[in-house]
Design a protein around this ligand. Sequence first.
Ligand SMILES: [Zn+2]
Length: 479
Amino acid sequence: MLRKVSNIVSGLPKIHLAAATICTGIIGASLLLPSNEVEATRSTIKLITPKSETTVTSAAAKADQNAKPAESSTENNPVALTTDAQQTASFDSTGMLEATEEQESLASPAPIIENWIEYEVRSGDSLSTLFKRAGLSARDVYQVSQATQEAGVLKRLYPGQTLSFLIEGGEMEKLRFSQDQLNSVQLERTEDGYKVEHISLTPDVEQRIVSGKITNSLFLDAERAGLSGRMIMQMAQILGWDIDFALDIRKNDSFRVLYEEKFLDGKKIGEGDVLAVEFKNRGRTVRALRFVDSNGDTNYYTPEGESMRKAFLRSPVDFRRISSSFNPERYHPVLGKKRPHRGTDYAAATGTPIKAAGDGKIIWRGTKGGYGKTIILQHGGNITTLYAHMNGYKSGLSAGSRVKQGQVIGYVGKTGMVTGPHLHYEFRVNGVHKNPVTVALPHAQPVPSKERAAFTKQSSQLLALLEGETTIALADNDR
Ligand SMILES: [Zn+2]
């Protein structure tokens, strides 16, 4: 297999060629074109030459920052050093490929340059695959894993993160791992192993208010007012327990959103949370304020301290339609006789996840006659919910397990006495069946009494900001 090296420095006076020995890192090199140019041909690599650490001669300054992916082939790589497992290139102390064979005579003092090579983590990558791509060995992977084990970094890699290597003389001198725009870890080789250093940047956080009026749809009008899709989703999620954004929105409804924006060196790098939101819907005003309690938990409350959330999801599954409603007088399709339907049937494809409607404890998990595979949850306030005809249960759950609202407990199926896949869902208060679609759902826990003082302080500040004529980047399309 031929691979190419992307030691991307063009116009350097002289370059060593190398055929060092090592290991599994299989690298070919394309070198010594007549113009002394080195072609950059490795995919997803760009050369990083941190200004503070780099001495670059003028000739070397034309480094290609945007090495484009290219398939390996010898045709566009005339002096390629074809290699196999026996032959790899190594870097000398200048970061240049080092000659060990006949090209030695071409050598002349090379400029000092730190050749950082950056790799973006792609789906399926591991430390091993990335190290291999960088021409490093399994031994290097092992040493780095050892060094970082205690620090708890580099355990998981996600696509989009980057690993940057500084390799000198075939040895990895430094490794930088960027977890996100703000957090990175640097490893530096020392006498006794790698030294791990965390680098955390703190963004500047600014608050911004956006307001607007509905003329068309929530999404279009909020976007026009200057809200990102992410902020619109957050707003809809916070208010979604009170306002049905699919059905309740009317022309002339209006909104104000106070949220955080993050900046690094004056450049916007992202958005934080919605801090406060007000929505006037058909003459009714709904306000929600963010509160971070002393445990660090974030929730949204009304100005009075009621939770914006309900203690139960209205429907515990993403359904296509309600196939049978709560109906005490129903004619049963399978039995062919009158039999009350004491729940709601949500038609959904087999395998669709079923979520716990509220926090609670599993008091039944098993087959239950015509219900088929069934889970019953016990919640506070003497409420139970029942989920029937499941295809299967979420693994790891059994009678006695505690579950959180929204946690997947099983999957839609057609076990028991049914005609097609659906979730049969029951909601009982003190043992009495209620219509799950219309039952009044209790609010989730309000601000705990020991947090009241802090909440009052935070919320009055947020309300003042939300109601005030704030001038920070006010995008007002009311006019
Ligand atoms: Zn049913």
